[in-house]
Design a protein. Structure first.
Length: 466
């Protein structure tokens, strides 16, 4: 079981469009180090090595046995890189570095190799992405990882076999596993397996495929119910009526749940949030699409909620106001791609909140964008606007109503950055510490920048791309 010669990668060396990898190699030791290594204790070397990237740490391990021992004995240093297995198959990989993180992608795993038991002993995080693997082989691999804390499984393109093709007995548990992520679930049987494996999960993230059936909802409800004493975070990409009914019944049992994220159904009459009333410790709520109106079922007042994330939701009538009225102590609101009738109604609702400290708006295009009156947002410390259609008068009014702003980011706020807006930024935001503006308009760059630096005594960060 394996792939093309595994490579070690780091988050610092990996970007959205590229990946740097480092292949194990031998270093020629023609000259001995000039520095007397014994003069520095391991603790000092560890602090020095913390400043290196994962790829540099792999080179450091090859310098001498002492440095190799220092890196291998530090969980902080080992967490800087992961061993990556990709595609092609060969029998016995050699020269694998000690690692706490491993990632398999597009690997056909038919059996557990003899090298696996020694390699996996230190693993803390393990990911399988689009791998073809039988559940019995998966269990053989997991059984030998005593300290596993994070497991992610994705089998999106596995057409030849589903992950679970028959019921399998589980004779062990992953007692230290805290986070489990299951993507593109195609079989409800997988939940039965993990019900036996995971008894102390704190975070569960499930993305199931679109052709699920009734059994998916029933099994996930059983799985979640079995984690009632430990589960603090739950993310599900879609909740149907069956699962909502199950959550309503067991919501009060999830006494430790602090984070919940899920996708609403397409029918507003079937949007039911009443089960939130039975989750006493819920602090963060994330909702994704589609429509909420006056017929939607909302929970009782949730004073414990602190953060609200909304994405691609169409708020009809006064449903947005109805939602926020149930969450009077919200401190952070992130809205992305949501549709509302007007800025006026939206901002008036925000003005009724007592403790809004952070507001982030992405891709907001209400029909009406003119000036309106609303109460001051005196508690607001951070405002981030990205690609929002807003008139200059309205933007100037919004900024003037936020006298306590410490951070202001504006990106592609279309046609709104005029002299009135700049005047408000310079003279009515005295506490501003961080200002970032990205626009594509013609301005007197040097003169404007120098003026901002003079006016803001407290400004620490200024980034402008105009």
């Amino acid at each position: 079981m394996c792939a093309r010669h595994p490579s070690a990668s780091t988050d610092e060396d990996t970007g959205p469009g590229s990946r740097r990898t480092l292949y194990p190699f031998n270093v020629k030791r023609s000259d001995s180090p000039q520095l007397d290594q014994s003069a520095l204790p391991p603790e000092v070397w560890t602090e020095i090595f913390k400043r290196l990237s994962g790829c540099h740490l792999l080179r450091v391990r090859l310098v001498c046995h002492r440095w190799k021992g220092i890196v291998d004995s530090s969980s902080v240093l080992l967490a800087k890189y992961y061993v990556f297995f990709f595609r092609d198959i060969y029998d016995e990989p050699s020269d694998l570095p000690t690692a706490t993180n491993a990632h398999f992608e597009h690997v056909d795993i038919a059996a557990v190799g003899s090298w696996w038991p020694s390699f996996c002993q230190r693993l803390v995080e393990l990911e399988f992405t689009r791998c073809k693997i039988n559940v019995s082989v998966l269990l053989d691999m997991l059984k030998q990882i005593p300290n596993l804390k994070y497991l992610a499984l994705s089998w999106e393109l596995c057409d030849r076999k589903q992950l679970v093709d028959c019921p399998v007995a589980v004779d062990f548990t992953l007692n230290k596993l805290e986070k489990l992520k299951l993507e593109d679930v195609k079989s409800a049987e997988i939940f039965k397996v993990f019900q036996q494996l995971c008894c102390t999960l704190k975070s569960l993230n499930i993305t199931w495929c679109c052709n699920r059936d009734f059994h998916h909802s029933v099994e996930i409800a059983k799985f979640v119910n079995g984690l009632q004493n430990t589960l603090a975070e739950l993310t599900i990409n879609d909740i149907d009526e069956v699962l909502i009914e199950q959550l309503n019944e067991m919501g009060q049992l999830l006494s430790n749940l602090k984070f919940l994220s899920y996708c609403l159904g397409s029918n507003p009459e079937h949007v039911d949030l009443t089960f939130l009333s039975s989750m006493p410790k819920l602090e963060i709520l994330s909702l994704d699409g589609r429509t909420i109106n006056n017929n939607s079922k909302l929970p009782n007042c949730r004073p414990n909620l602190r953060e609200l994330y909304l994405e691609e939701i169409f708020f009809q009538d006064n449903s947005f106001q109805m939602c926020l009225e149930k969450m009077p102590n919200i401190q952070a609101i992130h809205i992305d791609g949501c549709s509302m009738d007007s800025w006026a109604h939206f901002l008036k609702v925000l003005g009724t909140l007592k403790h809004p400290r952070e507001l982030k708006l992405h891709n907001m295009f209400p029909k009406e964008t003119t000036r309106c009156y609303f109460d001051d947002l005196t508690a607001l410390k951070s405002l981030i606007l990205f690609s929002c259609k807003m008139s200059p008068d309205l933007l100037a009014t919004l900024l003037s109503r936020c006298p306590s702003l410490h951070k202001l980011h504006m990106t592609h706020v279309k046609d709104a950055l005029n002299d009135d807006v700049r005047r408000v930024i310079c003279w009515k935001l005295p506490r501003l510490v961080e200002l970032r503006v990205t626009m594509y308009i013609e301005v007197e760059g040097v003169e404007r920048t120098s003026r901002i630096r003079v006016v803001f005594d407290s400004l620490e960060q200024l980034k402008s791309a105009v």
